[in-house]
Ligand binder design. Structure first.
Ligand SMILES: Cc1ncc(COP(=O)(O)O)c(C=O)c1O
Length: 393
């Protein structure tokens, strides 16, 4: 049947509806724009996720360059065809060993790693119990999985138990180890105990834990004594503390073998570029040699939090390297971030609809290499540009 031509402008052209959505976004003040940055800048960056300051470390950039020279500009194929090099295997061995897991699988991003882990471990007939504050990539994993999803209250092991109690058959609980919006840590030990009670697996996304939590940055699973347990799986990104690009799933060897055979974002995706694998491996080796970087990142976060709170601002106590500061409204959050930028400080700005609780915030990331002067400059700028309603009474 042919569709009727109408006068409705949204139906006049194939993508007419985009204009309508775009106008709505503009009216709501929610337009996002790309701001390509220069390689060198006088601005102080408290928005990137380079927690350990490794992305431009000479050993890391040389790791990327040497890998590209040796293996080529790309992996040449999917991992199961030609895209698995000896470098990928080496990175997987060292990641697993560093974080204390039996095996690891490297994928092209943390996003792909989360889709792989959740879809492969939640087959038809299974239940996924997902924290309401989880990262979009875990949420999308739940959407793509064949199992049913129950979204439960944030950081609430009891709610996880109640959801698991309703189900017979395979089940997994999925959670960020450190939540990306507020930087708070999941109650992993309690979650693991509840999962065990119901014989469910636990998948933790350690994107913000690797390099920051645990002994020498070995991650949240190591910090909570869960690394290597047969019912625990961790996902990682190589793009934050390791200053590179890519992702990984860590877990029991049988889980990794299952992913190799079933995870579509692993099977149907070109292998991670050798340069990214080389950079990540160099960063991992550097972190093993300089474990103090992890504690430094945590100390910088604690200092930022302490000084912002002392200035009367509402900052959430950081469990890792993310420091979140409450803003009174979305518009004021945007203006605050813009004023910081104009004053030479780059900070993140989170507002609805990216935040499920509707609270707008500035999001700061601590970096192990920030100097006392830089911390001072950042705090003074945030304090000076703060809207009146950002201060506690
Ligand atoms: C909690 C969390 N999980 C997963 C990802 C995705 O990782 P990647 O950027 O490597 O795709 C991110 C990155 O923004 C994240 O913050």
């Amino acid at each position: 049947m042919h569709r009727q031509a109408t006068n409705d402008s949204s139906a006049a052209t194939p993508f007419g509806w985009i204009d309508e959505q775009s106008a709505q976004r503009r009216a709501a003040g929610l337009v996002r724009v790309l701001r390509p940055r220069a390689a060198e800048s006088d601005r102080l960056d408290l928005a990137g996720n380079d927690y350990l300051g490794l992305s431009r470390h000479p050993e890391v950039t040389e790791g990327a360059a040497a890998a590209a020279r040796h293996w080529g500009g790309g992996a040449t194929g999917s991992r199961l065809v030609t895209g698995s090099t000896e470098l990928h295997a080496e990175l997987e061995r060292e990641l697993a060993e560093f974080c204390g897991f039996e095996a690891a699988l490297v994928l092209s991003s943390g996003y792909a790693a989360n889709l792989a882990a959740v879809t492969a471990l939640a087959p038809h007939g299974s239940l996924i119990v997902s924290d309401a504050g989880n990262h979009a990539s875990l949420i999308d994993g739940c959407r793509l999985a064949r199992g049913a999803t129950s979204v439960v209250a944030h950081a609430d092991p009891e709610a996880v138990g109640k959801a698991l109690d309703t189900h017979t058959g395979p089940a997994v609980a999925v959670t960020d180890s450190v939540f990306s919006v507020d930087g708070d840590a999941a109650p992993l030990a309690q979650l693991a105990a509840v999962c065990r009670e119901y014989r469910a697996g636990l998948i933790m996304d350690d994107a913000h834990g690797l390099g920051v939590l645990g002994a020498g940055g070995r991650g949240a699973a190591q910090a909570t004594g869960l690394a290597g347990d047969p019912d625990v799986v961790a996902t990682l990104t190589l793009s934050k503390s390791l200053g590179s690009q890519g992702g990984a799933v860590l877990g029991p060897a049988k889980v990794i073998e299952h992913l190799v055979n079933t995870a579509r974002t692993f099977i149907f995706d070109t292998g991670l570029a050798p340069a990214a694998a080389g950079a990540a491996l160099a960063a991992l080796r550097l972190l093993s040699r300089e474990p103090e970087r992890a504690a430094q990142a945590r100390a910088v976060a604690a200092e930022l939090h302490g000084r912002l709170t002392a200035a009367g601002l509402q900052a959430v106590r950081p469990d890792a390297a993310v420091v979140s500061v409450r803003a009174p409204s979305p518009d004021e959050a945007v203006q605050w971030a813009a004023d910081c930028r104009a004053a030479g400080l780059v900070v993140g700005c989170f507002r609805p609809p990216s935040v499920p609780d509707g609270i707008s915030r500035l999001r700061l990331t601590a970096r192990a290499t920030l100097t006392g002067d830089q911390i001072e400059r950042a705090v003074r700028t945030i304090e000076r540009t703060a809207p009146a309603g950002a201060r506690t009474a």
